[in-house]
Unconditional design. Sequence first.
Lengths: 116, 116
Amino acid sequence: GAVVSQHPSWVICKSGTSVKIECRSLDFQATTMFWYRQFPKQSLMLMATSNEGSKATYEQGVEKDKFLINHASLTLSTLTVTSAHPEDSSFYICSAARGQGSTEAFFGQGTRLTVV
Amino acid sequence: AQKITQTQPGMFVQEKEAVTLDCTYDTSDQSYGLFWYKQPSSGEMIFLIYQGSYDEQNATEGRYSLNFQKARKSTNLVISASQLGDSAMYFCAMRERQTGANNLFFGTGTRLTVIP
């Protein structure tokens, strides 16, 4: 089956530094990938939609200058948390679907970010 | 308004018994997809089962089945013969076709605990 790989699975960084998270579709091309954020004991909230070859679409309230998304190829999207602060600590998870209307959406393993 | 509502924050079930996790949704789209995911403590999102809005039969996948009641806008997940490994968070999600996107709206989840 299709697999989406996310890296790293966890990261600890100092306040003020930037962190890059990668999301790869391993056996299919994904023109669109999605980045979610999940706070402890809460649901997944969509942050942005990553479109290959064009700008990402951000959800209301998500700072696009803070959460930089690059979707340079059909199998890779990256999320960079810039100038991270402790309140950015969260679980970030990406997903991709084979195409429009796919009956499955595959998720990466997630990245637990802790900013100290 | 909430697109996906899961009213059971936590559920307990005896091992080998069946359990039903509730989910209602809200959409004006005629065409949409409903998903259930399992999230163990490791954080990964595991796809369980899918129901399309035009599917007349309730979806089944091994021990997982859906009780899809379109008029009531509900899609309850039934897990039969519960196993200890079923203990996890369960999320109901919906994809609307009208948005033209592939992103999923998630409910707040239900934590299932299987008791030996």
